[in-house]
Design a protein around this ligand. Structure first.
Ligand code: MTE
Ligand code: MO
Length: 368
């Protein structure tokens, strides 16, 4: 076949498949890779350390054949090439992306699904066009309520297609159509050539390998909208079966923090000890992060890092002088600008979404 020739000739040939060999393999195929929390050391997560969540096999893009179809409740259906999308005004935003299932492994009783620990979260500098600009070009009809988003990946076996939808208001306000991640062309695992980024909302809205935007007057009726990514509208007894009518879509991320240094269960020597990590709150800002090293009896305000962006996590740091050698637990508790703070026990829900308990890391302090 004309394989290599065609690849070289195509503007879509610049496909980077990242080697992610430092990540935790939750599933090799489809690829679900978690970042070990202690490797999250910088405000921007490098591409080769960024977690990957793919329900199905990574689609192979036909070089040159990719286009984005925009149709449904619009005045003018569009078929856009990547160059056309790149010719729209470009926007770069630092956004924290977190899988709704991050921390699922900590729910009691356990729930089915990828058993993510702490690291299905990362922050990147995303560059792309505003979804609003594309929707304006197509002309939304007054009936438009939802924007259905579909990528080139297809369900394995009998699994349905991964199609999600976004309320039109959120789509027009914040969503990006992204072709660059941290200054590089979007890597294959992260949605090459084009993905959606929905700032502040759980990761499953941020459709990878985007090929089709359909504007609709209603929610999509597929399983990934009607069954997946929903949680009980009110807290339920752990283990309960919840009626579909009592479930609502997961949207924005709750307030959360993660201690990423020192590494969990490590031994630190000398004093002082730097305790550091990240905190984020979806569409809201972080107001404060408090740290405790005495089991939550007392809390001290951590210093918040200088790097900030509207939808990005905030670095925090606390300099701690341990009283002596021994075993300690460092706790972090973030509070957002509306005063919401992290719980000790998050609400159990049947799919194990939005784990945001006060974080804890056990440390051994050796000689001072
Ligand atoms: N087409 C497609 N888009 C997708 C997914 C998918 O399986 N297929 N997974 C979603 C989920 S659940 C998450 S958390 C994010 C993860 O993005 P990442 O792999 O770039 O970290 O992509 C979302 N976009
Ligand atoms: Mo996710």
């Amino acid at each position: 076949m004309a394989g290599l020739e065609a690849l070289r000739a195509s503007p879509l040939a610049a496909q980077t498949v990242l080697s992610k060999n430092r990540l935790i393999v939750q599933s090799a195929r489809p690829q679900d890779l978690e970042t070990p929390a202690h490797l999250l050391t910088s405000w921007i997560t490098p591409n080769d350390l960024f977690f990957v969540r793919s329900h199905f096999y990574t689609p192979t893009m036909q070089p040159g054949a990719w286009k984005l179809l925009v149709d449904g409740h619009v005045d003018t259906p569009l078929e856009l090439t990547l160059d056309q999308i790149k010719s729209l005004p470009s926007h770069t935003e630092v956004v924290t992306l977190e899988c709704a299932g991050n921390g699922r492994a900590f729910f009691e009783p356990p729930v089915a699904g990828v058993q993510w620990g702490k690291g299905a979260v990362g922050t990147a500098r995303w560059t792309g066009a505003r979804l609003a600009d594309v929707l304006r070009r197509a002309g939304l009809r007054s009936s438009a309520r939802y924007v259905w988003l579909d990528g080139a990946d297809i369900g394995i076996g009998r699994a349905p297609d991964f199609i999600r939808n976004l309320p039109a208001a959120k789509a027009e306000a914040d969503a990006l159509l992204v072709y660059e991640m941290n200054g590089e062309p979007l890597p294959v695992q992260h949605g090459f050539p084009l993905r959606v980024i929905v700032p502040g909302w759980e990761g499953a809205y941020s459709i990878k390998w985007l090929t089709h935007i359909e504007v609709s007057d209603r929610e999509h009726d597929g399983a990934f909208v009607q069954a997946g990514y929903r949680h009980p509208r009110r807290p339920v007894r752990p283990g309960a079966v919840v009626a579909p009518a009592d479930m609502v879509p997961v949207q924005d991320l709750p307030v959360k923090s993660l201690i990423t240094f020192p590494e969990a269960d490590s031994t630190v020597s000398g004093t002082p000890v730097r305790i550091a990590g990240f905190a984020w709150a979806g569409e809201l800002d972080i107001a404060r992060v408090d740290v405790s090293t005495d089991g939550g009896r007392t809390w001290t305000a951590a210093r918040l890092g200088p790097d900030r962006a509207r939808f990005a996590w905030r670095q925090f740091e606390h300099v701690w002088r341990p009283e002596g050698p021994g075993s300690y637990v460092a706790l972090s508790r973030a509070t957002d600008t509306r005063g919401r703070t992290q719980p000790i026990v998050p609400d159990w829900n049947p799919s194990g979404y939005l784990w945001n308990a006060i974080d804890r890391v056990r440390l051994t302090v050796s000689a001072l």
